[in-house]
Design a protein around this ligand. Structure first.
Ligand code: ADP
Length: 481
């Protein structure tokens, strides 16, 4: 059975991206197309998205209008960009502004973020109610808190039977909580401001709203699905997750293998075997001002936040350097971490580039011997998957998707020639030191290292099985024709 699915998100690669959510939202439509799912993606009309739509070669049309969309007019535009079948909510009063998509130029959340994404969710629900002529979604797939109110709105509009809803948690740390004084502005029913509804410690939680009402819940790895039901990882929503355990599943993210493929990657000196990394390594050392070395070149590409364990790495770093290793970091985020990294980079063995640079992230992946992901929690994680594909051995904390995607180089796994990386646990600086020591041991044993690299490059990291899992889920909840 063919199913129409509306995917609703606040970011989507290659148009607008701040993290892994964008990669997943951008890759999902092509991945599920192979399973007979027609997915259209609803995005806010940020300037970059409107511009891309304007430059697209195909026809763009207005497919619906909203005279009163949270303080101004909204138009729903349809068009195709980069192979994505897009629906774009053009509402200049909400989205046409400078700064980043979530933050003002001063680096603070836009004060009207609740309204901005409630409007997106409202439009999604209207589409569920048949707002577009000739296209009715059977399922609305809501990503993160920005789409959290969709199931609630759809229910309030009387449309629960018209489309099934899936709520996916990409990171439970982001919950979209707002002031209860906004209940009316957000077009929510005050009677739902309860523990059984969207109330969360006296605030209105967009994510909780979705978690309570959606037909199905998913998150981006089986281990994170289990972790979300514990108080250590659930960030206050573990009780809700436990209550809805029967409809919760973990489906691993894949990577877009047309974008992340060392044999065809235009950003690098392309290679099919790990030997091809040498030229890329030399180029990256030059680009980042690193000295010569026979030790492992470790790379890290990340948002610089507490979650990502940057502080743990800084503490453990002397071990790597003492053993002849090098570190190159590409990232941006918390100014304290940026400063600490800059300070650590005052040597020929450590380099850091503060900023966001898509091309450089590819060059780092191609050049690195190892990719470090010492996250304290990690719903899925994508950079370790890119690492596997590029023969760049992941060194990861044993949590979330990092636990599900890396085969630890235990004695048994090495004996069986199955290992693809190193996992450390507990996630502390002390245990990371051990992992970096193990990394050096393995690296200096060139025969074992070659086997690790080969295993890593052969490990499937594409969308195949996960696309089938999503398609099965959509079919389960779509109303029968
Ligand atoms: P998260 O979504 O928590 O940030 P993921 O590992 O799931 O973490 O995804 C991060 C994505 O963002 C990856 O595609 C990664 O390559 C990219 N990324 C993160 N920081 C940077 C950066 N500074 N420059 C380029 N790409 C980055």
């Amino acid at each position: 059975m063919k199913v129409n699915v509306l995917s609703v998100a606040s970011e989507c690669a290659p148009l607008v991206k701040t993290g892994g959510l964008a990669d997943v939202v951008g890759a999902l439509p092509a991945a599920v197309a192979a399973e007979d799912i027609h997915m259209r993606t609803l995005l806010p009309g940020y300037p970059a998205v409107i511009k891309a739509l304007g430059e697209a070669s195909g026809k763009t049309s207005v497919v619906a209008t909203e005279p009163d969309l949270f303080g101004g007019k909204g138009r729903l535009l349809a068009g195709t960009v980069a192979g994505l079948d897009l629906l774009v909510l053009d509402a200049p009063h909400l989205y046409d502004r400078g700064g980043s998509i979530y933050l003002s130029p001063k680096g603070r959340d836009w004060p009207d973020n609740p309204e901005r994404f409630a409007a997106l969710s409202w439009m999604a629900a209207r589409i569920g109610m048949g707002a577009i002529k000739d296209w009715q979604p059977g399922v609305i797939h809501c990503h993160d808190w920005q789409a959290g109110f969709v199931p609630e709105y759809l229910h309030d509009m009387g449309g629960s039977g018209r489309a099934g809803t899936v709520m996916t948690v990409h990171n439970i740390a982001f919950q979209g909580n707002s002031d209860p004084a906004k209940i009316d502005t957000l077009r929510l029913r005050p009677s739902r401001m309860t523990r059984e509804g969207f109330e969360f410690w006296g605030r209105v939680s967009a994510l909780k709203a979705g978690l309570i009402v959606a037909d199905r819940l998913t998150t981006v790895s089986p281990t994170y699905a289990r972790e979300l039901m514990t108080d250590a990882f659930g960030m206050g929503l573990d009780g809700v997750m436990r209550m809805r355990a029967g409809v919760l599943s973990g489906i691993l993210n894949g990577i877009d293998e047309t974008v992340w493929n060392p044999a065809t990657d235009p950003e690098i000196k392309a290679y099919k075997t790990p030997r091809g990394k040498t030229a890329n390594k030399t180029a990256l050392r030059k680009e980042m001002g690193l000295g010569k070395s026979d030790g492992p070149l470790c790379v890290m590409v990340t948002r610089l936040t507490e979650q990502k364990g940057v502080d743990l790495l800084l503490e453990a770093l002397p071990v790597l350097v003492a053993r002849g290793g090098q570190l190159a970091v590409l990232g941006s985020g918390d100014p304290a971490f940026e400063d600490a990294l800059r300070a650590a980079a005052r040597s020929e063995q450590v380099a850091v580039h503060i900023g966001y640079d898509e091309g450089m992230s590819h060059r780092m992946m191609a050049a690195g011997d190892a990719i470090l992901v010492p996250s304290r929690f990690e719903p899925c994680g994508l950079t370790q998957l890119y690492g596997l594909r590029y023969g760049t051995i992941p060194v990861v904390g044993l949590t979330g998707g990092l636990a599900d995607t890396v085969i630890n180089a235990s004695t048994a796994a090495l004996d069986m020639q199955a290992a693809t990386g190193i996992q450390f646990n507990p996630i502390t600086a002390q245990s990371l030191r051990g992992a970096l020591n193990q990394l050096c041991d393995l690296f200096y044993d060139s025969k074992t290292w070659a086997i690790l690299q080969k295993n890593a490059m052969l490990q499937p990291v594409g969308w195949g099985p996960s696309a089938r899992a999503y398609a099965a889920l959509y079919r389960d909840i779509a109303p029968s024709p």
